[in-house]
Design a protein around this ligand. Structure first.
Ligand code: B12
Length: 211
């Protein structure tokens, strides 16, 4: 099976949509758990993409193609992931903060959370503090996740926490934050509950916060 997972990772890195979908189907037919396919096949591929990217071995169009490939494989996995969860682990609202359109990392985090049994409400990108507040009112999540990739949009995370406080909702939700420029120190400073460095760590963090 590790061979199949290895090929799956390669297909993701290469942005081979049809190949990744076909390998995902093969893994399902071979009886692999959907969660295992996600964590051992698809995510390691995206990890490599992230690392190559940082090392300037891959460029934006390739990263975007890999992300599209991940989405295509997830289309096949998603129905099976939710089927397996008899009980939801909780509800999470996730979004990229106002002014910021980067969503590749946020989408990976959302996929991991779904894979980990959470109901995920994805508010998309360019999400204002008020939209987060409205989302909390509408969906009553246990957790919100904010993503920011620009140093200029990081302050919106603090404004979102302030907006939650002003709306009297801060005590009802835990707040986690991530994105390349975000640090533990920053999250502590703005009064968040947890920092997530990557998608692989996020399910454990979310489970700890909602326990
Ligand atoms: C792809 C990309 C784009 C794409 C975005 C496509 C898309 N749909 O997302 C496009 C081309 C549109 C783009 C545009 C811009 N970009 Co850009 N972009 C990037 C790039 C190359 C990669 C980001 C990425 O997807 N990484 C891969 C993912 C998997 O990693 P990640 O996002 O960090 O997410 C992981 C973790 O951080 C964490 N995480 C992320 N979110 C969350 C949330 C939670 C709750 C948790 C727990 C964890 C978590 O888990 C994720 C998975 O492991 C980065 C460079 C870089 N090295 O980061 C620049 C970068 C972020 N962009 C940059 C800039 C400047 C811009 C533009 C302003 C460029 C311009 N002049 O137009 C615009 C801004 C547009 C806007 N308003 O948002 C700068 C930011 C500089 C800064 N310090 O602020 C960077 C760093 C490039 C650089 N070195 O200059 N960009």
């Amino acid at each position: 099976m590790s061979d199949l997972f290895g090929k799956m990772a390669e297909a993701l890195i290469a942005g081979n949509i049809a190949g990744a979908q076909d390998l995902t189907k093969q893994a399902i037919d071979a009886g692999e758990e959907p969660q295992t396919i996600l964590s051992d096949g698809l995510l390691p591929g995206m990890d490599v993409v992230g690392k190559r990217f940082k090392a300037n071995d891959m460029f934006i169009p390739e990263v975007i193609l890999s992300a599209k490939t991940m989405h295509a494989a997830m289309e096949i996995l998603r129905p099976l992931l939710s089927e397996g969860d008899a009980k939801s682990a909780g509800t999470v609202i996730i979004g990229t903060v106002e002014g910021d359109l980067h969503d590749i990392g946020k989408n990976l985090v959302a996929m991991m959370l779904e894979g980990g049994g959470f109901d995920v409400v994805d508010l998309g990108t360019n999400v204002t503090p008020q939209q987060f507040v409205d989302g909390v009112k509408a969906h009553k999540p246990q957790l919100i996740g904010m993503s920011a990739l620009l140093t200029t949009t990081m302050p919106k995370m603090e404004l979102t926490i302030k907006a939650l406080q002003e709306a009297g909702l801060r005590d009802q939700v835990k707040v986690m934050a991530g994105g390349a420029p975000v640090t533990q120190q920053f999250v502590d400073k703005i009064g968040g509950d947890a920092y997530g460095a990557n998608a692989a760590a996020v399910v454990d963090i979310a489970k700890e916060l909602t326990a």
